[in-house]
Design a protein around this ligand. Structure first.
Ligand code: TRP
Ligand code: SF4
Length: 438
């Protein structure tokens, strides 16, 4: 199978996706190291990652790191879109630099909106909602792809190391795909990697929190970051640790630079083989690799390289629509929009698909099925912060103590509170929106 970032597929079996695409599990073990982990992380909604160790390491050692994510404005912002920004706000609270791309080029290329329309949606719906949800202007930069020269330049330059067959294999492009669409994954790579340019804070771990449909872009960005490195540090077939120069220019200088860095790291027993463009380190172990690689990467800028740290990513599940299939802007009854009035939301909740039994009698006897219930999903993803309280809802549903009518009423009340608060804060957001575009 293929993950297509532009289709409207819903995914059922997330652990299979993980196995098939080599995504790591975002386990409780990772979560327990994080300061007051967000509910989406605690509850397994963020189910997978690539390279999160680098982020964890930066957090534990209080080193700088960045978040870069993007939004593609296409219709009104709903609860499905809220998840990424909830995560971003959490990461901002624990010290990340935040960058958010408005993917207007992508929306233009793939959804048929004009740049003016995406502009309007971003400035009057998505971003005011982000601010209302708690995104702070400090250390936060929001930008439009179409207006960011460094991002666009990077997209062109980085594209040199990708060829057409790789794009076809990754995205299934064909001879009738329009060229702006074909180019849009490179713009997204530009988004993801530009935060590591000197001008935007330099080389550092970068986390991209996204829905799992974005994994092809993550793989592409990681590939591209890797192929632009000047050095590779690895274990050779015969078990030695070696630093290899990957380019053909300046090989001698690059080897000298590596030699010096290794000396400074107190590796003394080195064997340089210029013909192999390699330095073997006699007494290093695999555990030394990340450290060596980090210092080498930071030196690459001096030689015209980028020294990108591989971008990390986390992947979240998709929230199901209230109707039981995909939550989608084009089906208003499936989605709760952040601009819905509490009355509108109540109506959608009343009509939502639940895991209740066919009759009350039966539900009292056998209980309901929260795992197949859209109302319960709302509680888990958005409405109930306290884990104990959530567990109580689960058990009382399972035991047949809680009936769907009451449960929906409770959900509607929580939603009312949430939407009213967002509505109030959104009104003030317009006054400070400029502070995010600096
Ligand atoms: N492609 C993303 C979407 O469809 C939007 C996006 C653009 C993005 N640039 C990004 C996401 C960079 C993460 C990182 O929603
Ligand atoms: Fe869902 Fe609540 Fe009904 Fe259980 S009681 S099936 S959680 S609506």
């Amino acid at each position: 199978m293929k993950i297509d970032p532009w289709s409207s597929t819903t995914y059922q079996d997330y652990s299979r996706l993980r196995d098939e695409f080599g995504i790591q599990e975002f386990s409780e073990n990772i979560c327990k190291d994080l300061p007051h982990p967000h509910r989406l992380l605690r509850r397994g909604i963020v189910f997978g990652h690539r390279g999160f160790e680098l982020i964890n390491n930066a957090i534990q050692n209080k080193k700088p790191w960045a978040i870069l994510t993007g939004l593609m404005p296409s219709g009104k912002m709903h609860l499905g879109h809220k998840m990424v920004i909830d995560e971003v706000i959490y990461y901002q609270s624990i010290g990340a630099d935040i960058f958010i791309a408005v993917a207007d080029i992508e929306a233009f290329a793939t959804r048929g909106y004009t740049l003016e329309e995406t502009n309007e949606m971003a400035l009057h719906d998505y971003i005011p909602n982000y601010i209302a949800l708690g995104l702070k202007p400090e250390n936060c930069h929001i930008y439009f792809q179409s207006k960011h020269q460094d991002v666009k330049d990077l997209a062109y330059i980085l594209g040199k190391k990708v060829n057409w067959s790789q794009m076809v294999a990754t995205y299934g492009f064909n001879s009738s795909t329009n060229m702006t669409h074909i180019f849009s994954p490179l713009v997204q790579t530009g988004d993801i990697l530009h935060v590591q340019l000197e001008k935007f804070g330099g080389v550092r771990p970068t986390l991209v929190p996204v829905g799992v449909d974005q994994d092809p872009h993550i793989r592409l960005s990681r590939d591209i970051a890797q192929s632009h490195r000047l050095y590779n540090v690895t274990v050779t077939k015969d078990g030695k640790i070696g630093v290899f120069v990957k380019v053909d220019d300046n090989v001698d200088t690059l080897l000298e630079n590596a030699e010096k860095i290794l000396h400074d790291l107190h590796f003394v027993d080195l064997k340089k083989i210029p013909d192999y463009k390699a330095i073997y380190i006699q007494n290093a172990t695999e555990e030394d690799i990340p450290k060596i690689d980090e210092i080498l990467s930071q030196s690459e800028a001096k030689f015209g390289g980028y020294g990108f740290v591989l971008p990390s990513a986390t992947f979240h599940r998709f929230i199901t629509g209230l109707t039981g299939d995909k939550m989608s802007s084009s089906k208003p009854e499936s989605a709760i929009f952040l601009t819905d009035t509490p009355q509108e939301a109540r109506k959608k909740i009343t009509n939502a698909k639940t895991g209740g039994a066919v009759t009350l009698e039966e539900q009292k006897k056998h209980g309901g099925n929260p795992s197949e219930c859209m109302i319960y999903e709302l509680f888990v993803y958005h409405l109930i912060e306290d884990d104990k309280e959530l567990e109580n809802i689960y058990t009382s549903c399972k035991n047949g103590e809680q009936m769907c009518g009451n449960c929906k009423k409770h959900a509607a009340e929580c939603m009312d509170k949430l939407l009213t608060e967002i509505q109030e804060k959104r009104e003030k957001a317009q006054d400070i929106i400029d502070q995010y575009f600096k």
